[in-house]
Design a protein around this ligand. Structure first.
Ligand code: AMP
Length: 390
């Protein structure tokens, strides 16, 4: 089994690959996993890849192709492999074909897991992976029984750093621009098959298994994608001529029969030609209709995508406005508090001043009283002295 899993980030390639490993015993090769391991181990390759990964951009082809070449040379891939997240652009797809063809093990299938654009965003933001066993969850659609803990092994659930709204946006754009052309690439090779990636995981896996059951053993096109084999026309039984009576008659009759045969042959050729012309025309009409349908679908998808984008923008603007309002409210509150504090301070200052004034007035009155008392005393003393003199 030598297959490539195609699909946007969040389409469920990893989940299906895990089920395929269990059933078919071939390894899954995920360039995303390999790169994340390199980043975690802080290898020089990981350091080089980190910035692009954090930005949701593609890591350079050199790095990824080197990694794939090395991985495919390992013996566990002898009986096949499931490539997940690789190739991601035309150059990688062509390099992979060259690599596999030179090994005499051409790719058998490009399996597309098709999911609508707007479903992807929720899937990606809610995605959680067990750090220990790799089991995947989604907090919206398939949450674990205990928050942040793996049902299977009890391991801690991890939220990928590039599964945030901003990075997801650019990853989806990168898919649209660089990876989705690979769908046509494999279709043109007759190797493309598609399953709908929405619904129960088990049902999707059943559809995947059906496709895999039809998979050819070599690198030839899968049965459903193969053009229908030309049906050989049954031999035309010639009518036996009645026996000629004389040799001359016999000869003439033979000549006639040959002529008739030739005529029939020409007519048959003409019919076949006509038929094949009709077939070609029919095929062209069908192709045209399919193209039209695909165009319509793409247009619908684009409109939907645009609407989603518009919605997201509107949401962001609303969020911004709410934030601005909150900031303004905070600032107004702060100002009011400050004003209150200033007023309180001024009142306090006034009270202190009033108190001081009162104290001063009291002090003055006391002093005045003392002066008065002194003057009275002096007067009394003077009066006493005058009396004594007399
Ligand atoms: P994935 O886990 O497949 O979504 O990949 C995570 C990130 O790793 C991507 O957003 C890219 O930055 C990087 N990556 C994975 N596979 C490839 C590839 N084949 N080519 C370039 N970059 C890749």
């Amino acid at each position: 089994m030598r297959i490539v899993l195609l699909g946007a980030p969040g389409s469920g390639k990893g989940t299906q690959a895990k089920l395929m490993i269990e059933k078919y015993g071939v390894p899954q090769i995920s360039t995303g996993d390999l790169l994340r391991a390199a980043v975690a181990d802080q290898t020089s390759l990981g350091m080089q890849a980190k910035a692009a990964m954090d930005a949701g951009q593609l890591v350079s082809d050199d790095i990824v192709l080197g990694m794939i070449r090395e991985r495919l040379s390992e013996s566990d891939t002898d009986d096949g492999f499931i490539l997940d997240g690789f190739p991601r652009n035309m150059a990688q797809a062509e390099a992979l074909d060259a690599m596999l063809n030179s090994l005499g093990k051409p790719l058998q299938l490009g399996l597309l897991i098709d999911v609508d654009f707007d479903v992807l965003m929720q899937r990606l933001t809610g995605r959680r992976t067990c750090e220990s066993c790799g089991q995947m969850y989604n907090i919206y659609s398939s949450p674990p029984k205990l928050d942040g803990q793996c049902d299977k092994c009890g391991g801690t659930l991890h939220h990928r750093s590039d599964d945030n709204e901003e990075t997801i946006g650019s990853r989806l754009r990168v898919y649209e621009n660089q990876t989705s052309p690979l769908i046509s690439y494999y279709r043109n090779q007759g190797k493309l098959r598609k399953v709908q990636g929405v619904g129960e995981i088990g049902d999707i896996f059943t559809a995947v298994n059906k496709v895999l059951a039809d998979m050819p053993s070599g690198g030839e096109a899968p049965v459903a994608e193969k053009p229908a084999a030309a049906v050989s026309s049954p031999a035309v039984k010639e009518k036996k001529e009645s026996k000629p009576k004389t040799a001359k008659k016999k000869k003439a009759s033979k000549k006639k029969s040959t002529k008739k045969k030739a005529k029939k042959k020409v007519s048959k050729k003409k019919t076949t030609k006509k038929k094949s012309k009709k077939k070609v025309a029919k095929k062209a009409t069908k192709r045209k209709a399919t193209k039209k349908k695909a165009k319509k679908k793409a247009k619908k998808k684009a409109t939907k995508r645009k609407a989603t984008k518009k919605k997201a923008k509107k949401k962001a603007t609303k969020r911004k406005a709410t934030k601005k309002k909150a900031t303004k409210r905070k600032a107004t509150k702060k100002k009011a508090t400050k004003r209150k504090a200033t007023k309180k301070k001024a009142t306090k200052r006034k009270a202190t001043k009033k108190k001081a004034k009162k104290k001063a007035t009291k002090r003055k009155a006391t002093k005045k009283k003392a002066t008065k008392r002194k003057a009275t005393k002096k007067k009394a003393t003077k009066r006493k002295a005058t009396k004594r003199k007399r």
